[in-house]
Design a protein. Structure first.
Length: 468
């Protein structure tokens, strides 16, 4: 895949970039390693000052970087501005909280006395250079939720971004440079996917984090495992959205529309499978379908647009094949089901609701990465939970109910990294984010995320020698 900005709203190639050669890649690896030796010795106050300055600059750049993201991958520009604002918020959160999150831990003396220690503690030390392999769908947020905690912990970063968002990738490096981070602290590698293995195997790279597809995650995890290097993986998702009899159906249906089509439906944590109790199924289906049908599909640079194009022609083709298979196997399209009229130049797809889904359909097992929802009718909570878990993924989940017993049951039984009640799944800097099963492992954000790329070091002090 060429490294290029191709506008998904019209298919035009706007800029192309040459991949780094081996010599330049080596120079950047060396710079990252040198920077780590110095950056790890700086104090939290200095790191916080630099990260806060980067957040201020991002706020100043919000309009421009939002247009860049929209032009590169197609999200509505109003959503792109919100993404930039969210990044600045997370940067400030880590600037304010990293020192607390990484404070020394002091076991009670009575717990360690039989080890012979006069005292002992746990200190979190940075691992070193971390390679980040990141996707195009949230081209700023996915990177920043790694970069902010990694830099505050004292690590340095190398970014291998998706090849269709090179301008966003270069912007991020420039942002940290303008904020005053020393040379080499955070660098972008404009390289193809075939060059990732050599970088990951380099002994100066200590660990890797990847957000992306399951095949990409398996490839990085395999190489990292061979090298015995730490990884964090956030992969695909097919999140269930349960609506139970006590739910506020109007609010559940309204939120369901946003939960499904956020980022043009191209989000790992978007709700994708809508599992509705028979008692409220008809009411929910009517309201949800009406909301999906009412969305405005069009130019993502227009403020009135709700849903822009998919990021690539191949992405639309993949989505079309899933829908066509479902319809051929007996599903019904309550709305959508094809390309919108009058938008022939870009990679647009109609917001779609499919009902009558069965396990024979590919859409039942595979992730739909676009504005397509699948709707299921269930008889009771047992069937809802069983269906929710009938997926190889386990990223997050959504449940609408006012019944505390049902809430407790869902927290216990849903196989997911998150359970969100009476609202939609969203990431927040203060809450850990990640999944189980084929959605990956490890956590981003919160204290859990910043500690993923730290060495939890046991520090043991023996009794002081007798004075002479």
């Amino acid at each position: 895949m060429p490294i290029a900005t191709v506008n998904p709203a019209n298919g035009e190639t706007l800029r192309t970039f040459d991949a780094l050669d081996e010599q330049e890649t080596e120079r950047r690896l060396s710079a990252a390693h040198r920077a780590f030796r110095a950056h790890r010795a700086t104090g939290f106050a200095e790191r916080a000052r630099l990260l806060s300055r980067a957040a201020d600059l991002l706020d100043e750049d919000q309009q421009d970087i939002a247009r860049t993201m929209t032009t590169e991958m197609g999200k509505p520009v109003k959503a792109a501005r919100a993404e930039a604002a969210k990044c600045a918020k997370a940067m400030r959160w880590y600037a304010a909280n990293a020192e607390r999150l990484l404070a020394d831990e002091h076991p009670d003396d009575t717990d360690v006395k039989d080890s012979g220690a006069a005292r002992a503690l746990v200190r979190y030390r940075p691992l070193g250079v971390v390679l980040a392999v990141m996707p195009w769908n949230f081209p700023l947020w996915q990177v920043m939720r790694f970069a902010a905690p990694a830099l505050m912990a004292g690590n340095t970063g190398l970014l291998k971004h998706a090849s269709n968002v090179p301008q966003t990738a270069l912007y991020i490096e420039d942002l940290f440079t303008r904020a005053g981070f020393p040379a080499g602290c955070f660098q972008t590698l404009l390289i193809g996917s075939g060059a990732v293995e050599a970088v990951l195997r380099d002994p100066r790279v200590a660990a890797a984090t990847l957000t992306g597809s399951e095949p990409a995650g398996r490839a990085v995890a395999s190489v990292a495992g061979d090298e015995v290097k730490k990884t964090v993986l956030e992969l695909g998702g097919s999140d269930p959205y349960l609506v139970l009899p006590s739910a506020d159906v109007d609010k559940a249906a309204e939120t369901a529309v946003t939960a499904r089509v956020q980022n043009n439906g191209q989000s790992c944590i978007a709700a994708k499978r809508f599992i509705v109790h028979a008692d409220v199924y008809d009411a929910f289906a009517e309201r949800f379908t009406a909301g999906m049908r009412a969305l405005t599909v069009g130019d993502p640079l227009e403020e009135s647009t709700d849903v822009g194009p998919l990021s690539s022609e191949q992405g639309r083709t993949d989505l079309e094949e899933l829908v066509e298979d479902a319809l051929a196997e007996g599903a019904t399209a309550l709305c959508g089901g094809g390309r919108p009229e009058g938008l022939d130049r870009g990679w647009f797809y109609e917001p779609t609701v499919l009902a009558g889904i069965t396990p024979a359909m590919r859409v039942h097992r595979e992730e739909t990465f676009g504005p397509v929802a699948t709707l299921y009718r269930v008889a009771d909570l047992d069937e809802a939970v069983e269906l929710a878990n009938d997926t190889p993924f386990g990223l997050s989940s959504n449940v609408w109910t006012r019944d505390q017993g049902e809430m407790d049951r869902c927290v216990r039984d849903l196989e997911a990294g998150g359970v969100f009640f009476n609202g939609m799944t969203a990431s927040h800097p203060a809450l850990p984010f990640g999944g189980v099963k084929r959605s990956g492992y490890g956590r981003e954000l919160a204290g859990h995320g910043i500690r993923e790329f730290c060495n939890a070091t046991t520090v043991w002090y023996g009794p002081a020698p007798d004075a002479r």
